[in-house]
Design a protein around this ligand. Structure first.
Ligand code: NDP
Ligand code: MG
Length: 390
């Protein structure tokens, strides 16, 4: 039986690479659902090629054009956020790949789990915002969550066969991004274009900025806590600019296991889709002689304040990671549209973390309200700063 896959965010970097993996393994997988936000040209092309049962465009204004373009195909076309939230419940889906951007993943992921669908989780923001709720739902509905994020896939691969062996510590590797080693003076002048050039990975715009500011690594620390049941002090970040060692687990006897390979997201995607069996692949192989030196260094949390803020949010718990995420989404959009500078991003996030309403034991509705509150607070703060400039 082929595994029937729904890809939420099929037009993005993870979405298109998931489709490449599926195209390479037509006997193992078939596409049941594809979704996008705006990119209908690519969604139409994907729909014609992969013949899903259903497609969803979340921005409803594209619906008529999409429906018209696919009128000769037996594909159901839906539009809107609610459609995305409902489509994951379809009986004909075995696994949902969450490859959409940011907070938009939260409710569809919750609904998919409630409907008993296994999750291949790329959308780390869902775990950052509400990891505790996601874990509780997954246990209740006997759903497995397979990490797609390369570091978490590495940890997951290192843990295979170690069922009863306690983790002492994990090391999440970080490339350091395009501004590794920059002074505060240099960081004050970096632009959106500089930040969008990642040295090792080709990703969507939002996560590329998060990688440059180290917020991505901060999110991954929070994601790791929930995926692997760790305490904050068991999670360390180590900068490894070559991105060959994808992460490391240290066990209680001091032994360390690392997972390695050339940076290629198709590998963790394929592993998540077909766990526990490894499928063959033609992905480029690592050659030791091309990398005579693998190096490791401490992250600089003074200049890259976001990583420290993420640890602070993790230690405070409650809705603080949700506050961190919402503030970050707003400042990243502002940075991408040249409204604030690179260094203003952590500055504003820190101010919002102090200002937003803190809740110790939030439920799902609290998270939804908290996300709304923080987006307004952050947008207002950015407006105030713009006024001060004039
Ligand atoms: P992209 O920006 O490349 O793609 C995002 C996808 O989500 C697109 O299909 C986009 O549609 C859709 N989308 C955007 N906004 C919304 C919305 N509000 N509602 C519904 N769908 C939306 O992102 P990436 O593929 O890079 O990242 C996706 C997720 O995976 C993120 O959470 C990221 O952190 C995570 N991730 C990514 C990695 C990578 O290598 N790229 C590595 C590890 C994790 P449209 O194209 O129409 O705009
Ligand atoms: Mg990662």
């Amino acid at each position: 039986m082929k595994k029937r896959i729904a890809i939420l965010g099929s037009t993005g970097s993870i979405g298109t690479q998931t489709l490449e993996v599926i195209a390479q393994n037509p006997d193992s997988f078939e596409v049941e659902v594809l979704t996008a936000n705006n990119n209908i040209e690519l969604l139409i092309e994907q729909a014609r090629l992969f013949r899903p049962n259903v497609i969803v465009i979340t921005n409803s204004c594209h619906y008529d054009q999409l429906k018209e373009a696919l009128k000769d195909e037996p594909i159901k076309v839906y539009a809107g956020k609610e459609a995305l939230q409902q489509v994951v419940e379809m009986d004909t889906i075995d696994m949902v790949v969450t490859a959409m951007m940011g907070y938009s993943g939260l409710i569809p992921t919750c609904n998919a789990i409630k409907a008993g669908k296994h999750i291949a989780l790329a959308n780390k923001e869902t775990m950052v915002v509400a990891g505790e709720i996601i874990n509780r739902l997954a246990i209740e509905h006997r759903v497995n969550i397979y990490p797609v994020d390369s570091e978490h896939s590495a940890i997951f691969q290192c843990l295979v066969g170690e069922y009863n062996n306690e983790i002492e510590k994990i090391y999440l590797t970080a490339s350091g991004g395009p501004f590794k080693g920059f002074s505060m003076e240099q960081l004050a002048n970096v632009t959106r274009v500089d930040a969008l050039k990642h040295p090792n990975w080709d990703m969507g715009a939002k996560i590329t900025i998060d990688s440059a500011s180290l917020m991505n690594k901060g999110f991954e620390v929070i994601e790791a806590k929930w995926l692997f049941g760790l305490k904050p002090e068991q999670i360390d970040v180590i900068v490894h600019p070559q991105s060959i060692v994808h992460s490391i687990v240290q066990f209680r006897d001091g032994s360390m296991k690392a997972q390695m390979g050339l940076p290629d997201m198709k590998l963790p995607i394929q592993y998540a889709l077909n766990f526990p069996d490894r499928l063959p692949s033609t992905f480029k192989r690592f050659n030791f002689l091309d990398y005579p030196k693998l190096t490791f260094e401490q992250p600089n949390t003074k200049n890259f304040r976001n990583l420290a803020l993420a640890f602070e949010a993790l230690n405070q718990g409650g809705n603080m990671p949700c506050i961190l995420n919402a503030a970050n989404e707003v400042v990243v959009q502002a940075f991408l549209s040249d409204r604030i500078s690179f260094l203003q991003m952590p500055e504003i996030i820190e101010q919002i973390m102090e200002k937003a309403s803190y809740l110790k034991n939030p439920n799902l509705e609290d998270y939804i309200q908290s996300d709304k509150e923080v987006r307004i607070l952050t947008a207002n703060r950015i407006k105030d700063l713009a006024k001060q400039k004039i």
